[in-house]
Design a protein around this ligand. Structure first.
Ligand code: ADP
Ligand code: MG
Length: 376
C-alpha cells in the first residue's frame, strides 16, 4: 500500500488555521414541532481524535462536511444547524462551515469554489474516508494548495483495508453478498486474486449459479453479466464457493429450502442451512476475513437467517474480521454483534473501491501534496 501523509507529517500546527474535511453526514429526524435533531452522533464523536490532536497542539480548527443531497443550492432542510448543536457541546472551540453541497462547485470540483473554501486556511486534513472516492472540491482540491494530511479515521481505514489487499494472513476468506452482481464484479475480481476462498451469497450469487449451470428459476439474475461470472469461475477453479441450498419463495407464496435446481416460479431470497454450515466452517478456519453484503433479503424475517448466521460466524471467529457496507454493518448492529468484529469500515462505496482498485482520488491527492512539500 502506498503511504499517505499523516498528522505527524504536517508542519508545526501551533497558531495555524486548519481546515478538516469530516463526514458528518448523520441521520437527522424532524420532530413534531418541526425541529431537526441528530438521531445518531456516532460519526461526530468519531472525528474527535483528529480534532483534539490538532487542538492540543495549538491549532485553530474549522470543520466542513456535506449533509444529504441538497443538489448544489442552499436548502434549509439540509443546513448543518442540528449538527452544530451537537458539535458545539463536543468541541466548543471548533467552527463548522455550512453544508458543502449547498454550492454546485463542491461536486463539480470547481476551482473558484476551492479558492473560496480554503481562503484563510494554512493547512488541510482529510478525515472523511466515506467520500475519498469522490472527485469533489473539498476532497481533492485543498491538497493541491495547502500542506495536507489524513486524519485518524482515514489513516485507520487505509491501514486495515490496505492490509487485506497487500499482506492478508492466510487463509484469507472473503464473503460477498448483496443484490446486484454488476455492482460487485470488479470487487470480486480484485479480491479473488488475494483470497484463498470467496464465499458468495445474496442475489448476486444467483448469476454465478446460473453461470455454473444451476437453474435459478425466477431469481434475480443478471443475464448481461453471466459470461463475466463464468469467466471468473473458470479462472479460479475451486476458489469461489457457491450456495449448496437456498431459501426460496415459491409461486404459491410458500417458502421452502431447495437443494439443486430451483423451480421455474421460485425466487432465491436467502442461503439455506447447509450453506450456513459450509460458510461457518470456512470462516472458523480463516485467519483473515472480509465480509460485504447480506446473504439474502434480510429485511424480511423469513429471509434473514443466512445473514445472521454469517454475522454469528464472524463474531465467533478467532481470525481478524473486517466488515464493510451499510447493510452488512446494519445487520451486525441489529444482531448486537458489532462489538465482536475486528474492524467495521464506515467507508461504504469508498471502501469497496479501495479494495477493488487499490487507491482513491482523495488519497492520491494527499500523496501529491506530500511530494510537492518534498520538492521545495
Ligand atoms: P451493503 O450495503 O452491505 O454493501 P448491498 O447494498 O450490496 O449491501 O446489498 C444489500 C441489499 O441486497 C439488501 O437490501 C438485500 O435485501 C438485498 N438482497 C440480498 N440478497 C438478495 C436476494 N437474493 N434477492 C433480492 N435482494 C437481495
Ligand atoms: Mg447497501
Amino acid at each position: 500500500m502506498l503511504r499517505i501523509p499523516l498528522l505527524e507529517d504536517l508542519p508545526p500546527v501551533a497558531g495555524k488555521r486548519v481546515l478538516v474535511r469530516v463526514d458528518f453526514n448523520v441521520p437527522i429526524e424532524t420532530s413534531s414541532d418541526g425541529t431537526r435533531v441528530v438521531s445518531d452522533d456516532f460519526r461526530i464523536r468519531a472525528a474527535l481524535p483528529t480534532i483534539n490532536w490538532l487542538l492540543e497542539r495549538g491549532a485553530e480548527v474549522s470543520v466542513c462536511t456535506h449533509l444529504g443531497r441538497p443538489g448544489g443550492k442552499p436548502d434549509p432542510k439540509f443546513d448543518v444547524s442540528p449538527i452544530r448543536e451537537v458539535f458545539s457541546t463536543l468541541a466548543p472551540k471548533v467552527s463548522i462551515l455550512e453544508n458543502l453541497r449547498f454550492n454546485p462547485g463542491e461536486e463539480a470540483n470547481d476551482p473558484a469554489f476551492l479558492e473560496e473554501l480554503i481562503a484563510g486556511f494554512d493547512m488541510y486534513v482529510n478525515d472523511a474516508f466515506g467520500v475519498c472516492h469522490r472527485n469533489h472540491a473539498s476532497v481533492v482540491g485543498p491538497p493541491t494548495r495547502l500542506p495536507s494530511a489524513a486524519g485518524r479515521l482515514v489513516e485507520k481505514e487505509v491501514e486495515v483495508l490496505g492490509h487485506l489487499i497487500t499482506e492478508p494472513k492466510s487463509p484469507f476468506v472473503v464473503i460477498l453478498g448483496g443484490a446486484k452482481v454488476a455492482d460487485k464484479l470488479g470487487l470480486i475480481r480484485s479480491l479473488v486474486a488475494h483470497a484463498d476462498k470467496v464465499l458468495l451469497g445474496g442475489g448476486m450469487a444467483c448469476t454465478f449459479m446460473a453461470a455454473a449451470g444451476i437453474g435459478v428459476g425466477a431469481s434475480l439474475k443478471d443475464i448481461a453479466h453471466e459470461d463475466d461470472c463464468r469467466r471468473i469461475l473458470s479462472e479460479y477453479p475451486g476458489k469461489i464457493v457457491l450456495p449448496v441450498d437456498s431459501a426460496v419463495l415459491l409461486g404459491n407464496g410458500s417458502v421452502e429450502v431447495v437443494k439443486g435446481p430451483i423451480p421455474m416460479t421460485g425466487k432465491i431470497l436467502d442461503i439455506g442451512p447447509e450453506t450456513c454450515e459450509v460458510f461457518d466452517q470456512a470462516i472458523q478456519d480463516a485467519e483473515t476475513i472480509f465480509w460485504n453484503g447480506p446473504m439474502g433479503m434480510f429485511e424480511d424475517d423469513r429471509f434473514s437467517s443466512g445473514t445472521y448466521s454469517v454475522a454469528r460466524s464472524l463474531a465467533q471467529c478467532e481470525g481478524f474480521t473486517v466488515v464493510g457496507g451499510g447493510d452488512s454493518v446494519a445487520a451486525l448492529d441489529s444482531a448486537g454483534l458489532s462489538g465482536n468484529i475486528g474492524f467495521l469500515s464506515t467507508g461504504g462505496g469508498a471502501a469497496l473501491q479501495l479494495l477493488e482498485t487499490g487507491d482513491l482520488p482523495g488519497l492520491v491527492a494527499l500523496r501529491q501534496s506530500m511530494m510537492r512539500s518534498l520538492e521545495v
